[in-house]
Write a protein that binds this ligand. Structure first.
Ligand code: FE2
Length: 189
């Protein structure tokens, strides 16, 4: 279930916690962040590849590309199994890379086809923590401070949309705010 909490950036109790998609989109729209829900499609196969995922959402993907002139689209997948002795460092490295607050030159646009992940958006003295699940599309405007937690045992599949080849490169703020805010594991516990 999609869940949003608005949390003081010093940490502590959430000022708002809601799983109502309409309320979530309104709260985010007030910060110029676009959130919408797409009907979840069930691609064939147990672990469909990127092309199958894109084909399953072809109409919505094409609409978004045409509306925003995205030039690149890809599919990223993390598979459960952090306890696998052959892969633990790769998983924790991937998680760590996105846990520090950063901005991008371009918008960061993600659609969750499967699994979950938490985006944290930093506005003024509050952090908007949004646990995205299958069907959620989030568009974080350029230069908005944010980070992402995929959790200790990540499992998700997301479609990513890009305007420019290097527009996604992170510009790190150096603010340790993410260490004061609940992790994805803690929010959904
Ligand atoms: Fe980012």
């Amino acid at each position: 279930m999609t869940l949003m909490q608005i949390i003081p950036d010093g940490g502590g109790r959430a000022a708002l916690s809601t799983s109502d998609p309409v309320r979530i989109s309104l709260e985010l729209a007030a910060q110029n962040v676009h959130f919408e829900r797409w009907r979840v499609q069930r691609p064939v196969g147990l672990a469909p590849d990127g092309k199958e995922i894109l084909d399953a959402y072809r109409a919505e993907v094409d609409r978004l590309i045409n509306e925003h002139r995205f030039r690149f689209v890809d599919v990223v997948r993390m598979v459960r199994g952090a306890g696998d002795p052959h892969r633990p460092s790769r998983v924790s490295e991937a998680r760590q890379m996105f846990l520090e607050e950063h901005t991008h030159r371009d918008a960061e646009v993600r659609f969750f086809a499967e699994g979950k992940g938490c985006f944290y958006l930093h506005f003024g003295d509050h952090v908007y923590a949004l646990v995205c699940e299958a069907g959620d599309l989030l568009s974080i405007p350029a230069r908005v401070r944010h980070w992402f937690d995929m959790g200790s045992d990540p499992e998700f599949c997301a479609i990513r949309f890009f305007l420019n080849e290097d527009g996604w490169v992170g510009d790190f703020s150096g603010d340790p705010v993410s260490s004061r805010i609940l992790s994805l594991d803690e929010i959904v516990a």
